[in-house]
Design a protein around this ligand. Structure first.
Ligand code: PHE
Length: 347
């Protein structure tokens, strides 16, 4: 038989232990673990119930009530401790996650495409809207494609206009994207309508010339192609780039692979044609070379010049970009100075 008084003493011992053992608990998890050791079925209070059978029946009700009191007290004690811990933990979390909304935001620099790439993309957009297909030729060519097939034989004076980088007696770095015309015409039957963007190379170096620059070649071959078609297409193109008020004019020129050949001028978009420094007081700015494909070139590619005719144009992308963005030295496009480049972003 268990003595009730002894058990009651045991219980007050348990109460003391709870008070002393919980005094240095520091978080809600520890409180939870500690609570289990008292209040679980096998915990120290849980085990008290086992004594029920071992005490005098007349004292059982009293004992049961005492155990329940202890249990309720312990439960209240632990839950108020748990509440306090959780409150403290929440405060710590708020403290650690605090954000200062007045702090300046971290800014990220946003990059943009190089002006020449922007120009290239714009031109591709404009001309593909007119039905042109893109053809990318190769930068290394042989003499035949860069000159001879373009009606520029070995001793032709026009070769002097384009100082050439030779890689070997046979191979060279193309001086013009016109070399792509020959590849296309050799391999396709008209109708042909291609746009060929790419890098070209000439031994030439000053404020407006760089040994490497970019061109965009256009070629259309079909029945009854005329200079009127050429001017119509170029009109659309310059208006899209420089604005609706800009007009074009064709001026006679010479290229061995076109006959007739023209330089295309646009009315000065800076002064509207009155005369200023940009247009050197002429009211006009030269933007590209073009012409009707020379019969000999068509023949060289196996196309009958009596049945078909063609137009071709070559646009210097750096030149178009310099004019549009007001850059007066071509080197600024290649020096990668972000202070200059980042001012130019059309998109
Ligand atoms: N290839 C010429 C140049 O580089 C430009 C051009 C292309 C002229 C097509 C007429 C027709 O100067």
């Amino acid at each position: 038989m268990q003595d009730l008084n002894e058990l009651i003493e045991k219980m007050s011992g348990i109460r003391q232990s709870i008070l002393s053992e919980t005094s240095d608990l520091s978080d809600s998890k520890m409180v939870y673990e500690m609570k289990k050791t008292f209040l679980d079925k096998n915990g120290r209070i849980g085990q008290m119930m086992r004594f029920m059978r071992e005490i005098d029946p007349s004292q059982r009700a009293d004992f049961g009530q005492k155990v329940n009191e202890l249990k309720n007290w312990a439960q209240n004690y632990f839950s108020s401790m748990d509440e306090k811990m959780k409150e403290k933990e929440l405060e710590l979390r708020y403290e650690s996650e605090k954000i200062d909304v007045t702090m300046p935001a971290v800014t990220h620099e946003v990059g943009c495409l190089h002006p020449v790439t922007q120009m290239r993309n714009q031109l591709i957009d404009i001309f593909s809207g007119m039905g042109f297909e893109i053809y990318e030729g190769s930068e290394v060519e042989n003499d035949y494609y860069n000159f001879t097939a373009l009606n520029t034989p070995q001793d032709h004076p026009a070769r002097d206009m384009q100082d050439t980088f030779y890689l070997s007696p046979e191979f060279l770095l193309r001086t013009q994207t016109s070399s792509g015309q020959i590849h296309v015409m050799e391999n396709r039957k008209p109708p042909i309508k291609i746009l060929s963007p790419g890098k070209v190379f000439r031994s030439d170096d000053d404020a407006t010339h760089s040994p490497m620059f970019s061109q965009m070649e256009g070629l259309v071959v079909d029945r009854s192609i005329t200079l009127g078609d050429l001017q119509g297409m170029l009109d659309v193109f310059v208006k899209k780039i420089y604005g609706d008020d800009v007009r074009t004019r064709l001026r006679p020129s010479f290229f061995p692979f076109t006959e007739p050949s023209v330089e295309v001028d646009v009315s000065c978009f800076e002064c509207g044609g009155k005369g200023c420094n940009l247009c050197k007081h002429t009211g006009w700015i030269e933007v590209l070379g073009a012409g009707i494909v020379n019969r000999k070139v068509l023949e060289n590619c196996g196309i009958d010049p009596d049945e078909y005719s063609g137009l071709a144009f070559g646009i210097g992308l750096e030149r178009i970009a310099m004019l549009k963005y007001g850059i007066n030295n071509i080197k600024q496009l290649f020096e990668s100075d972000l202070r200059v480049l980042s001012q130019i972003n059309d998109h």
